[in-house]
Design a protein around this ligand. Structure first.
Ligand code: FES
Length: 114
């Protein structure tokens, strides 16, 4: 069974290090993770592009809410990681929750020791 480990990353959303493109990089569970703000919603996904490791926070979001990688412009749905420009990659996504005492990022562990 999958277990989600929650990591507190900030007291408040405003505390994240937002860039002008509405993305921020945080560290949770020893991983760098991208947080993106799109139409009042938060999305969390891998730091690097699954294609050739472009840093996604250096890219941008399109009008539909896909993140666009700065290197080769592949697009990914920020909610489910689908490679919407059709190259067949998959972007790892994570969970985020705004709780009373702060912002938490949830990372699934799959194996026994994960
Ligand atoms: S590294 Fe992201 S599209 Fe190539």
């Amino acid at each position: 069974m999958r277990k989600i480990n929650w990591h507190k990353v900030a007291e408040d959303i405003a505390e994240l290090n937002w860039q002008s493109n509405n993305m921020a990089i945080v560290e949770a569970g020893g991983k760098k993770i991208t947080v993106a703000r799109f139409k009042e919603q938060l999305f969390v996904f891998a730091y690097k592009c699954p294609h050739a490791s472009g840093v996604l926070a250096n890219g941008f979001m399109d009008a539909l809410g896909n993140v666009v990688c700065p290197l080769h412009r592949y697009r990914f749905n920020m909610q489910n990681g689908r490679n919407t420009s059709g190259e067949g990659y998959y972007l790892k996504t994570y969970h985020i929750e705004q709780k009373e005492d702060g912002i938490y990022i949830g990372i699934e562990s799959s194996g026994l020791f994960g």
